[in-house]
Structure formats: structure tokens, C-alpha cells
Design a protein around this ligand. Structure first.
Ligand code: GUN
Length: 289
């Protein structure tokens, strides 16, 4: 059996198409959807991510306000900026690019973002809603993965899902989203004993390790017909690589996401969708699920 490649670019394009339409609807209501981005420090990868997010916004008609702050900015100054953006009616979404420099308490900065503008779904309020099954703005990577399941009509109800990641951005929110759709979810991580055994028993494996040199999900680690979602990104021999040995795993799995072209484009598309949701919330309109 050879599995099917999950085409994240195609699904992301369909999300972007719907988002573009929602942005024009909001324009007709006099709302110019706007995302404020905050980048602290000079990490080139983070700068690249923010630039890409701004380009994606432009692509669907969302305006952006760019805030780039020096590496030595202090906690209070960042929190003051967040506060200004919270109170700026022309800004609908706030994205603080992570990680923040080590002198900054990341949790405290995130907690200052208005939950209604929290397009990353990371504020304590939104995390609480998500874990209560009443999410409003959801973290982009996990909600992008849920969108892939929907698009490919992969029914996760009753299935055993293993997530190899326990971060606030991916593993924990995905746990709640999959549980909400009636999957039986196991969270694995760097200290899990016998990770291979968990993977072999899973109907769905979501891997987000991101260190291909140290960890590869191989075909021996999955069962026949498993769905494999690869969130990992790392460099291998100078090339972008996921966690999964794609060419061999696809021969045994039912569906696999490639890297690049799988989860990555979905993460980017869901940020746009969240920004439109935030703009809609600001006017008491709910345009999208
Ligand atoms: N850094 C890596 N991924 C993300 C993300 O999804 N959101 C933010 N704000 N920072 C990140």
C-alpha cells in the first residue's frame, strides 16, 4: 500500500481564498483588517518569519504594522508597546514573534496581549478556553493540522493519536483540539520511555521534534495505514528536512505530510484566518468558524 501525500499548499490556498473573501467583506463594513507584528532582537530566522507573515497578509489584503525593537529592550518597554497595540482600534491582531530574548519573561509579555487580539492563541485566557473546548483564537499550527484532517476527511474520532511534542505552541493545544474531536490522545516527549512502542500503536502520529540529526520517524516505527503528520523542521545536509523519512514512510502509511509543503503553509494560512476572526470579533461579527 502506498499512502497519499497531504498537500498543505493546496489546503492553505483554499484557506487563504476564504480569508481574502472575508477581508473584502469586512472592508465593505468599513473595517480595514490589520495585524501588528512585534519582533524583538536580531535573530535572522525570526526576522525572516515575520517578513513572510507580512507578505502573506499583503497577499490577502490584510494591512500590517511592523514593530522591530532592539535586542536590549526591557520587559517594561515591550509590555508598554503591547498595551498601546491593545488600545489601538485600528489594530485587530497582535503577533509577538517568539522566542523573545532571554532577559524577557515571555509568559508575562504574552499574558499582556488582549485575548481578543491574540492571533497566536497563546494568552492564558485563550489557553483556558481551548482546554475547556470553547476555543476562540487557536494556535496556528495545531488548528492548521485540524484543517488538514477536515479537508482530507480523515476521521479522528475514536482513533489513537500520538503527539511527539509538549510545547505550548504545538503539542499541548493539539492535544485539546484532537480530544475535542474524540481522538484518544497520548502526548510523548523527550523523556518518554519506549517512544517507538507508542508510535507503533498509533493510528495517527504527529511528530514535532525538529532535530533530524537526532530523531527520524521511520517506517518501522508506524503501523500499516497510519496517518503521519510532520511538523518538524531542521536542516539536513544544508536542506530543509522534516522528522519523517518520507519516501519510506509513505509506502506504509495512509497519509503523510511532506516537508516542505505540508504543515508549514497551513501555519501561515491560519494566522491570516485568525487575524480575520479577530477583526470580526472587534465588530461583533463572526465571519468564519
Ligand atoms: N515562533 C515560532 N513559531 C511561532 C508562532 O507560531 N508564533 C509566534 N508568535 N512565534 C513563533
Amino acid at each position: 500500500m502506498t499512502g497519499q501525500k497531504i498537500d498543505g499548499i493546496a489546503v492553505a490556498n483554499s484557506v487563504k481564498e476564504r480569508t481574502r473573501a472575508a477581508v473584502s467583506e469586512l472592508k465593505k463594513e468599513g473595517i480595514d483588517t490589520c495585524l501588528a507584528t512585534v519582533l524583538v532582537g536580531d535573530d535572522p530566522a525570526s526576522a525572516q518569519y515575520v517578513t513572510s507573515k507580512q507578505k502573506d497578509c499583503a497577499d490577502v489584503g490584510i494591512a500590517t504594522k511592523d514593530h522591530r525593537l532592539p535586542q536590549n529592550f526591557i520587559q517594561k518597554e515591550i509590555e508598554e508597546l503591547v498595551n498601546l497595540l491593545n488600545n489601538d482600534d485600528t489594530v485587530h491582531g497582535i503577533l509577538v514573534q517568539l522566542p523573545l530574548p532571554s532577559q524577557i519573561n515571555e509568559f508575562s509579555v504574552i499574558a499582556k496581549i488582549s485575548p481578543l487580539k491574540d492571533v497566536d492563541g497563546l494568552t492564558p485566557y485563550n489557553v483556558g478556553l481551548l482546554s475547556s473546548g470553547r476555543s476562540l483564537l487557536k494556535p496556528c499550527t495545531p488548528s492548521g493540522i485540524m484543517e488538514l484532517f477536515d479537508y482530507y476527511k480523515i476521521d479522528i474520532s475514536g482513533k489513537h493519536a500520538v503527539i511527539i511534542n509538549r510545547s505550548n505552541l504545538v503539542g499541548k493545544p493539539l492535544y485539546h483540539l484532537m480530544l475535542e474531536k474524540d481522538a484518544t490522545v497520548t502526548t510523548c516527549h523527550s523523556r518518554t520511555n519506549d517512544l517507538e512502542k507508542f508510535c507503533q500503536e498509533a493510528d495517527i502520529v504527529v511528530t514535532a521534534v525538529g532535530n533530524r540529526a537526532k530523531f527520524t520517524l521511520t517506517e518501522e516505527m508506524i503501523k500499516d495505514g497510519a496517518v503521519v503528520i510532520d511538523v518538524g523542521t531542521s536542516r539536513l545536509d544544508g536542506k530543509l528536512a522534516g522528522d519523517v523519512d518520507y519516501d519510506n514512510v509513505i509506502k506504509k502509511a495512509s497519509y503523510v505530510t511532506p516537508v516542505p509543503g505540508g504543515v508549514g503553509p497551513m501555519t501561515r494560512a491560519m494566522l491570516l484566518k485568525n487575524t480575520v476572526t479577530a477583526a470580526s470579533i472587534s465588530k461583533g461579527i463572526a465571519t468564519q468558524r
